[in-house]
Structures are given as C-alpha cells and as structure tokens.
Design a protein around this ligand. Sequence first.
Ligand code: PCA
Length: 160
Amino acid sequence: MAGESMHIIFVYGTLKKGQPNANVMTDPKHGKAVFKGTGRTIDKYPLVIAQEANIPFLMNVPGTGHHIAGEIYSVDDQMLQFLDEFESCPDMYQRTIKRIEIVEWGGKDDSPEERAAANAIECFVYSTTSYQPEWLNLPHFDCYDSFGTHGLPYVNHLDR
Ligand code: PCA
C-alpha cells in the first residue's frame, strides 16, 4: 500500500530463518516483511526456553544474561498487527523498543551507502515482563535454536 508506514523489528526466537515459525514472516497473507540484516542486543538480557511448549522468552531484565543474536526486518502495519496477535501481545510478550547492534546489514534492496550507514538501530522486540521468577534460574542462551543441543525443541501451537 503506497505511503503506509514500515516498522523495524528484531526477532530472536522461532521467527528467525530456519526456525519453527519462520514461515509466518514470509506468508504474504500476513502482510510484508523484508529481511534487513542480523544484529544483537546492545544490552544483555536473559533468553530462556520455558513452559511445556519450550517457548523462547527474552526476559525484560536488562543487564542479566547475554547479548542476544537475531534478525532485523522491516514490516508493514498488517504484518506488525499479525505478529502482535501471533505472539499473544501484550499477554505473553510485550512489544518494546530496544537498541540493536548491527552485525551484518544485508537487505538486498539496500545501496552500499545505506548498508554502511549505521551500526546500531532501534527495533521493536517481543520481550516479556510476565514471567515466573524461577525462569531466571533457567539456562541463559545468546542465540536461540529450537534444534540445539539443549534438547528443548519448540512445540508447535497445533501439537499442544
Ligand atoms: N517469537 C518472537 C519472540 C519469541 C518467539 O519465538 C521472535 O522470534 O522474536
């Protein structure tokens, strides 16, 4: 849609490429999402895998944990609205703004000038303050992979 606003979002969990909900970002029925590059949070956060469905949560507790790796996308209003519903925002996650260090800027439509322009960017992130205190004792990851050696693969909505 011409003139509509785009939003920058940082995803660190199941929405990343190769992860169980990656298809959500690429389905045009949900709106538009353009991959811009990879990054990591400037602040440290606890990233844990919690609940029976092994869901990744970036806990909104800056200063504890690791710099979290993820992917940066530009999304339209429709996709942002879809993601809010998909991520049960604001019940499970809250969409907050966090500063992200750019690791690799790789949008295919970006000029070399654009790609060299910035080394950090403000992004929307689905983090949570609605967690059980015990979650802070779970292992803290720096780069989520559902299929990692932790043995806690994400359980799809449909299989719960
Ligand atoms: N989906 C969102 C938040 C956690 C999750 O699994 C993401 O990938 O950033």
